[in-house]
Unconditional design. Structure first.
Lengths: 264, 257
């Protein structure tokens, strides 16, 4: 089972390798210089050479990202509860929430710097802004779309509204919460990088800016690679937590787990 | 009110506003369920049987008339019957055992005692080996058994069962009918049951109320005088066949073409 799931990535892996090889050949043929477009192997070299510095920057970026996700999760859940449980709140806030997503967050980044300074706070705020929306919308929709018959069943047992929330609505919304969190996790690193880009003491974002200014393009690519790996890592982490937290849900995911007949 | 009755309905009507018109769904229903009796409602689809159940379960109020459970027409009715809606409505995040324990949990009863009772029931009614499984892994018939046990553990004295066997294939259905009779006899429950199936009604019931098309009124009350404990063979007897013909012809007249 496990082997087959890994094997499913085979075709994508082959295509990626082929593209990287093409890139390597293209740069080595001398059409562009390494300082304009470093070859993949040069990027790997940069990753090794600068590993100490990159590690320190990565820790900073990861810290900002995780703190932002935590704040976004708490805010998103509270907001989703308010939206999901009160039609008045829903009518008042839902349209505003949607409109808020049309604001280009990149443009907000320098303003946040003015308001909060160069320290970690504006980065956390930016990550939060990137992350809270998918969490909020996924959870609020799930709270609203609970099977009304389930709620009638609990009402016929004379359950209180708190019991209905705790025993039915919240657990029913958990899979959607994790879907939202997975999307948020992939956005989150971008949020931190953008925050650092406009001004920071440390972090992968400001590292990229400095590397660009020094024409150290291989170092820029190295930082980009780490950024992608961070996003991927967070995505996998959320999926892992979800599998631990919702053992009942995997079995019902279509086409991913256990749906195909096991072959001995 | 007669103290021997679990449920008494007198002149129960229900109408809904739909725009400017008023739609009458239930029209002056009188009905009694003796304690320990198995009583079935049978009638055309959409005639208002589920509305009646919602009223008895305390999820809806009648437009006029009285509903008395155990002779009490005043107290709120929610929680005084075990209501099983059409689908099994198991909570997918709870194991079979935790689903069955939903009722005691809502009532905040002592956990350990409820758990022991639930285990006893699961053993007695053939669900013990599934106790720790999630509903997604169960067959339709098994889900229905779990839902029935959950209903019984919530309130064994009075069960409202809204077409609990309707969605099952014929064989599963037969075995669940006998299972349900066994359950009913061991708890001496009073049961009010909805079905579309005349033979099912005859197999299970002491009394059958035949309802008309909407607005529902009672067309006929049939006391089923077949012997107990009931078995499939009883349906082949002359008396059963006569009742079956009678009921079918009544229902066919009510069926919209």
């Amino acid at each position: 089972m496990k082997l087959r799931r890994i094997a499913a990535f085979g075709p994508a892996f082959v295509v990626a390798l082929a593209l990287l090889a093409l890139w390597e050949v293209y740069v080595r043929s001398g059409i562009v210089t390494q300082s304009v477009l470093p070859s993949p192997l040069a990027v790997v070299q940069a990753l090794v050479d600068r590993s100490d510095a990159l590690f320190a920057e990565t820790v900073q970026t990861l810290l900002e990202t995780l703190l932002g996700i935590v704040v976004a999760t708490v805010l998103g859940l509270l907001l989703a509860l308010a939206l999901g449980l009160s039609s008045l709140v829903r009518q008042a806030l839902y349209p505003l929430l949607v409109v808020s997503q049309t604001v280009p967050l990149v443009a907000l980044a320098p303003l946040l710097l003015i308001w909060f300074g160069y320290d970690i706070q504006p980065k956390i705020v930016l990550v939060t802004l990137y992350c809270f929306f998918p969490i909020t919308v996924a959870c609020a929709d799930a709270l609203l779309s609970v099977d009304p018959d389930l709620i009638r069943l609990l009402q016929s047992m004379r359950a209180s509204n708190w019991q209905i929330l705790w025993m039915v609505r919240l657990p029913a919304a958990l899979p959607a919460f994790f879907s939202g969190l997975r999307i948020a996790a992939t956005y989150s690193v971008t949020g931190a990088i953008v925050g650092e880009y406009v001004g920071a003491e440390r972090g992968l974002g400001i590292y990229m800016v400095k590397a660009v200014n020094a024409h150290a393009t291989a170092a820029v690519f190295a930082a980009i690679v780490i950024t992608s790996l961070l996003s991927l890592f967070l995505f996998v982490l959320v999926s892992f937590i979800e599998r631990l937290a919702l053992p009942w849900h995997q079995r019902t995911l279509p086409g991913r787990f256990g749906q195909q007949p096991e072959r001995a | 009110m007669n103290p021997g009755y679990k449920l008494s309905l007198r002149g129960v009507t229900r109408s809904f506003r739909s725009g400017k018109r008023t739609v009458e769904v239930l029209s002056s229903i009188d009905m009694d369920v003796r304690k320990g009796a198995f009583v079935t409602l049978i009638g055309p689809s959409g005639c208002g049987k589920s509305t009646l159940f919602n009223i008895i379960a305390g999820l809806d109020v009648p437009s006029s008339g009285t509903v008395a459970i155990d002779g009490d027409a005043e107290s709120p009715r929610a929680g005084r019957s075990g209501y099983m809606l059409q689908q099994p409505l198991l909570l997918p995040w709870r194991t079979v055992e935790e689903n069955i324990l939903l009722g005691p949990e809502v009532r905040r009863e002592a956990r350990q005692q409820a758990r022991e009772e639930a285990r006893e029931l699961m053993k007695r009614f053939g669900l013990a080996e599934f106790a720790q499984q999630y509903p997604a892994t169960l067959s339709g018939g098994m889900k229905q058994r779990v839902a029935l046990l959950r209903t019984v553990l919530f309130n064994r004295s009075f069960l409202l069962l809204d077409e609990p066997l309707g969605a099952l294939d014929a064989l599963t259905r037969l075995s669940l009918q006998m299972w349900l009779l066994d359950l009913w006899q061991s708890f001496q429950s009073s049961v009010l049951f909805i079905t579309h199936d005349v033979r099912e009604a005859l197999l299970l019931s002491d009394r059958i109320y035949v309802l008309s098309a909407r607005p529902a009124r009672i067309l006929r009350v049939v006391d089923v005088d077949l012997p107990r404990p009931r078995r499939q063979e009883h349906l082949a007897e002359a008396r059963a066949l006569q009742l079956e013909r009678e009921l079918l012809s009544l229902l066919l007249k009510e069926q919209p073409v």
